[in-house]
Ligand binder design. Structure first.
Ligand SMILES: C[S@@+](CC[C@H](N)C(=O)[O-])C[C@H]1O[C@@H](n2cnc3c(N)ncnc32)[C@H](O)[C@@H]1O
Length: 217
């Protein structure tokens, strides 16, 4: 696990009133508004709440899960009071089997996380997302590729343990993960924007694949 994604490095309270992970991307919000219509949604690696309130506004119930309790505490704090009765938080490791029976969710959402892991883990995590979705349930996930973090001196910062995918590798992996499912992939660009994680500041940019799927079983 690299520093950006590890528990210790992110000071979630350094940006108290919005997510440390930047603005919500418009294509993802559009996908939520198009796809989420009631039901029980699992927000995997939910972080400190980006998109969680969009999900809460449209789902009957959201389980927001992450392995970082501090992130989830902020997510909970940032949830509108009137929607908190629809929200549960759970702490677990998403590289392990999900702690849920088969076919129990109406939707699963996971952004800005799968790309961290090596291909075998990504395949396993997507297989688990499919396993816990009921037939016909929805999946919204994204996958970052071609990530660039430019330090103030112009050099690139590379997190040593992050698996770096280019667009071709990412797309091929996603197509393998969703083979046999009904899915669409769209693509958008995350434009350069400043980001500070822990003690490191840089300009972050990436390409993004956005996948919306319906579970076939
Ligand atoms: C870049 S943040 C993205 C958070 C959120 N999904 C978003 O789009 O803003 C990655 C998140 O993955 C979580 N995470 C990383 N590895 C994890 C693991 N093995 N199990 C559960 N959560 C993990 C981190 O704690 C962090 O909240």
């Amino acid at each position: 696990m690299d520093e950006e994604h590890s528990h210790a490095s992110v000071d979630y309270e350094s940006i108290p009133n919005r997510s440390n992970w930047g603005e919500e991307e418009a294509p993802v919000v559009e996908a939520i508004n198009k796809v989420v219509d009631g039901g029980i949604w699992l927000n995997l690696a939910a972080g400190d709440g980006r998109f969680n309130n969009n999900l809460l506004a449209r789902a009957a119930k959201v389980i927001a899960a992450d392995n970082d309790e501090r992130a989830l505490n902020k997510l909970l704090r940032l949830a509108p009071v009137e929607l908190k009765n629809r929200l549960e938080i759970e702490i677990f490791n998403i590289t392990a089997p999900l702690p849920y029976p088969d076919s129990c969710f109406d939707g699963c959402f996971c952004t800005a996380t799968l790309y961290i892991f090596e291909p075998a883990s990504v395949k396993f995590m997507v297989s688990e997302i499919i396993r816990v979705g009921r037939p016909g349930s929805a999946i919204i996930v994204d996958f970052r590729t071609d990530i660039r973090r430019v330090l103030p001196d112009g050099t690139l910062y590379i997190y040593p343990e992050e698996y770096s995918y280019n667009m071709c590798e990412g797309r091929t992996l996603i197509e393998q993960c969703f083979a046999g499912q009904s899915y669409e992939i769209s693509r958008y660009e995350k434009l350069p924007a400043p980001r500070t994680i822990g003690t490191i500041s840089y300009i972050y940019e990436s390409q993004c694949l956005l996948i919306t799927a319906r579970v076939k079983k």
